[in-house]
Design a protein around this ligand. Structure first.
Ligand SMILES: Cc1cc2nc3c(=O)[nH]c(=O)nc-3n(C[C@H](O)[C@H](O)[C@H](O)COP(=O)(O)O)c2cc1C
Length: 221
């Protein structure tokens, strides 16, 4: 796939077909993604690939804790305050997402239903947990893990697979560590839901926006 087509064409997938992904396909993706850059070539990343019964149990745990109202306690805290421009973009994305699904803002029940579907990881047949080392400054590792996560998403796309990077998959890292045998010296940064996209789901064609290039680029001469 041409690089520009891949970068512009990658989109978050929010409904997956149940089709299993052959293990060698996932292995190939991760094998190529290893060539992503990292600070001092330190490669601070490790990945846990969850499928089968373990993933089914993880989805159930994530959903049940969310339904019970258990507060999320991610290893890397979610932002609480952000600049107004970013808030506006976030709100716009949520609005377009709900509109595309035909959900009215005040329809709490329908919104809850979608959220529950999200906590069930959009039925993905595979979840990759991206981890960093607990005893290494988080800031630089976040840069490195972000680079390799994008590589994974693009490589997956090249193989006809879809991805959704998910904070909603890592709200309860202590439970995840137990269920997926992840040692305590690892922080779980994000999940990558992986699978074959369902092109009939309305969000498959979600009208995503991006800030104009002039808003984000400053030429200094
Ligand atoms: C760190 C990170 C966490 C995310 N967490 C979620 C999530 O929990 N649920 C979800 O539906 N999308 C999640 N996303 C996907 C973003 O909403 C999505 O990338 C953004 O809206 C842009 O859309 P696109 O990926 O289709 O281009 C996450 C993305 C990133 C980078």
């Amino acid at each position: 796939m041409e690089l520009v087509t891949a970068i512009r064409g990658r989109r978050s997938i929010r409904k997956f077909k149940p089709t299993e992904i052959p293990r060698n396909v996932i292995e190939n993706i991760l094998n190529d993604a290893r060539w992503s850059p990292s600070w001092g070539n330190s490669q601070p990343w490790e990945f846990y690939v969850l499928t089968g019964d373990v993933l089914t149990k993880v989805k159930e745990m994530n959903l049940q804790k969310a339904i019970a109202g258990e507060a999320a306690a991610p290893d890397v805290p979610m932002p609480e305050n952000w600049p107004a421009a970013l808030k506006t973009r976030y709100a716009e994305m949520t609005k377009i997402l709900l509109t595309t699904l035909g959900i009215k803002r005040e329809d709490k029940e329908a919104r809850n239903k979608f959220n529950q579907y999200m906590f069930s990881l959009f039925d993905a047949p595979c979840l990759i947990l991206a981890c960093i080392a607990r005893e290494h400054p988080v800031e630089y590792q976040m840069l490195d893990i972000g680079l390799i996560i994008q590589s994974i998403c693009l490589l997956a796309q090249d193989k006809g697979l879809g991805t959704c990077i998910m904070a909603a998959a890592v709200r309860y890292p202590d439970a995840l560590r137990k269920m997926a045998a992840i040692p305590n010296d690892k922080k779980i940064v994000a999940g990558i839901a992986l699978g074959y996209p369902d092109p009939d789901y309305p969000l498959y064609l979600l009208d995503r926006k991006r800030a104009d290039v002039n808003e984000i680029v400053h030429w200094v001469e």
